[in-house]
Design a protein around this ligand. Structure first.
Ligand code: SAH
Length: 234
């Protein structure tokens, strides 16, 4: 992992704040997976937000990014990365690139990461940021991630960082044997549960990991784009 991410030099003005954030809000809130904690210490969240937002990057909260989306709260990024049980040789799919921050964390943990985003401006910016931070093993692709990314399937883990009304069947189909799918499910947008779905052979099991709140997964197997249709959904 250490050779994939950019080195954290003495000149990093945020290193101290990043370590404190991880200590209090990641390790301090029960994330025990050492590789996840190390990844959270390594990825410079301040580089994945607009310069005016950098000073808030080490607060444990979502922040606005382009296209009216958000960069996820660091604690939740760590929870999802740990729940995905990623091994160093794994191939991972992330749905919802946003800023690229979560993909960078996954990039520290996995051999290769594909991350899908529907907003072009976010795709372009995430590619630039991930390249600048040295994540050559993370591939940002543009499209509707509710359909997964069949070109690179199967995946050992799939992490969805936007809320789906129900489990998109394509994502289950693209899980490798033994694969884990971690996603926020909410039949109503206000009440969402983080679920972990595991495939072993033809068997699919689901675990509930607690309440969360994410922006909607908008797509063919997600929420419709039209806000009126969203309001009318059950
Ligand atoms: N992982 C991100 C969080 C992004 S928020 C980060 O670390 O910054 C969720 C993202 O999912 C948004 O950028 C949104 O545009 C994207 N999204 C929503 N529906 C999508 C879909 N069907 N396909 C791909 N991306 C989608």
């Amino acid at each position: 992992m250490t050779d994939r991410a950019a080195p954290v030099g003495d000149g990093d003005p945020y290193e101290r704040r990043r370590r404190a954030m991880v200590q209090h809000h990641v390790a301090g809130r029960g994330i025990t997976d050492r590789r996840v904690v190390a990844a959270m210490k390594r990825v410079r969240r301040d580089r994945f937000v607009a310069p005016a937002m950098a000073e808030f990057a080490y607060e444990d909260r979502p922040l606005p990014i382009d296209a009216e989306q958000t960069i996820s709260q660091p604690y939740i990024v760590a929870v999802m990365a740990a729940a995905a049980e990623i091994e160093p040789k794994d191939r991972v799919l992330e749905i919802g690139t946003g800023s690229g921050y979560g993909a960078a964390v996954l990039g520290c943990l996995a051999e290769e990461v594909w991350t899908v985003e529907r907003h072009h401006v976010l795709v372009v910016k995430a590619r630039i940021r991930l390249a600048a931070e040295g994540f050559s093993n993370v591939h940002v692709v543009e499209g509707d991630g509710s359909l997964g990314w069949p070109d690179a399937a199967p995946f050992d883990a799939i992490v969805v960082t936007a809320n789906a009304p129900s489990v998109p069947p394509a994502l289950c189909d693209q899980l490798a044997d033994g694969g884990r799918l971690v996603l926020p499910i909410g039949p109503q947008r206000a009440s969402q549960e983080l679920a972990r779905i595991r495939r072993s052979g033809d068997r699919i099991t689901t675990e509930d990991l607690g309440s969360v709140r994410f922006v909607p997964l908008v797509g063919e197997e997600g929420w419709p784009l039209d806000p009126l249709l969203i309001a009318e959904s059950p």
